[in-house]
Design a protein around this ligand. Structure first.
Ligand SMILES: [Zn+2]
Ligand SMILES: [Zn+2]
Ligand SMILES: [Zn+2]
Length: 369
């Protein structure tokens, strides 16, 4: 990478990650709004995505030799047939409705049910509600064979409004479970909900061995993009909308409203329940989860995903410490250095070389992080 590119790249941090809604504390100090949602604050959202990407990467690229990795895609089961509209540039394919859809003019149909009246909305929202439980079951099974497997995962909305999981699993070489074994384990896992319905992962499970290379960094970045959107934006922002689409999202919403969740009042209607699941198509899980040494599913300290102990809290702290180390004049005069440093904190050692190249251009040395 040329030095010029690095300078432009670092300067972009100032623009891309500036907070749109800074909060002024009584002391007069301005702090970030810290939203992870692109619609609320693109700057903080980019910062959050960058933080998550750095956490994901630090469990792969900072690993000492002797670990193996797989990428997992765990899809939702079918709740009824959906329209297949290939992405632009892909070979045309016939849809279940009989038509061969145009990738551009029919984009609004992509992923929507073939038949709204027979699509199982109750099952669709129940799936979104249960996906976390099902993952916990799967993790327990994986750890029966690989006690110190560590993981990082993000939950992403599919075009039809069902969650699926993108995950990374790390095994010490001696505990490695090859894709065929993992696929079998995924297929064996189920969870029964309070209504007696049994939930399983969808048939299109993908298990890919992973190498710590550039392509991996790219797929990690893709995984983190999911954190920037929430339910409503999936319906509004996924492409052109249509009456048919609005009817689909409306039915999904109504199913989530009447679904009985674990927090619903035992003798009252779900409409009195304040749980978030009723407002987001049944979903209650966090968007990103990484294994750590604490909590219910901890096996040992080895299960901590990040080898450098990176968490969003530690990333925020590192930025705050750095900002505090500058006098306010410095901070104003030297936003460029600040951006470079912030970028270094975000990206870890990967950009240490970039930082060195940039500071070499500058007359005065960068302050220590
Ligand atoms: Zn903000
Ligand atoms: Zn169709
Ligand atoms: Zn409820």
């Amino acid at each position: 990478m040329g030095t010029e590119t690095l300078v432009l790249d670092a300067a972009k941090v100032i623009v891309d990650r500036r907070c749109s809604n800074p909060i002024t504390l009584p002391s007069g100090v301005q702090v970030r709004c810290q939203s992870r949602l692109k619609s609320l604050c693109p700057g903080c959202s980019n910062l959050a995505a960058g933080d998550y990407a750095a956490i994901f990467r630090s469990g792969v690229f900072d690993a000492p030799p002797g670990y193996r990795f797989v990428a997992l895609t765990l899809t939702a089961p079918s709740a009824g047939g959906t329209h297949r509209v290939v992405k632009d540039g892909r070979p045309p394919r016939r849809c279940g409705c009989g038509a061969t859809h145009d990738p551009v003019t029919d984009a609004a149909l992509r992923g929507l049910p073939l038949d709204l009246d027979t699509y199982d909305y109750d099952a669709a929202v129940a799936w979104n509600y249960q996906i976390g439980t099902l993952w916990n079951r799967l993790l327990r099974e994986i750890r029966r064979h690989a006690p110190t497997a560590a993981y990082a995962l993000s939950r992403e909305w599919g075009a039809r409004g069902s969650l699926h999981i993108h995950g990374l699993v790390r095994f010490p070489a001696a505990e490695y479970l090859p894709p065929a074994v993992l696929e079998r384990i995924v297929g064996s896992v189920s969870a029964r909900d309070r209504h007696g319905h049994v939930h399983r992962f969808g048939a299109q499970v993908k298990v890919d061995p992973l190498n710590a290379d550039g392509k991996t960094a790219q797929s990690i970045w893709y995984m983190t993009k999911a954190v920037q959107y929430m339910v409503k934006e999936v319906a509004d922002g996924g492409g052109p909308s249509s009456d048919y689409g609005r009817e689909h999202w409306g039915r999904l919403h109504r199913a989530a409203t009447v679904m009985r969740c674990d927090k619903c009042p035992p003798h009252g209607s779900p409409s009195f329940c304040q749980a978030r699941a009723h407002k987001q198509w049944g979903a209650r899980s966090r968007v990103v989860t990484v294994s750590d040494a604490r909590g219910r599913h901890a096996a040992t300290a080895q299960t901590r995903w990040s080898f450098t102990g990176l968490t969003r809290a530690s990333q925020r702290q590192a930025r705050a410490d750095y900002a505090a180390s500058l006098s306010s004049d410095d901070a104003r005069a030297d936003r460029f250095t600040f951006a470079v440093q912030a970028r270094r904190i975000l990206d870890g050692e990967r950009t240490a070389a970039a930082l060195d190249a940039i500071t070499a251009l500058r007359p005065r040395p960068a302050p220590p992080v």
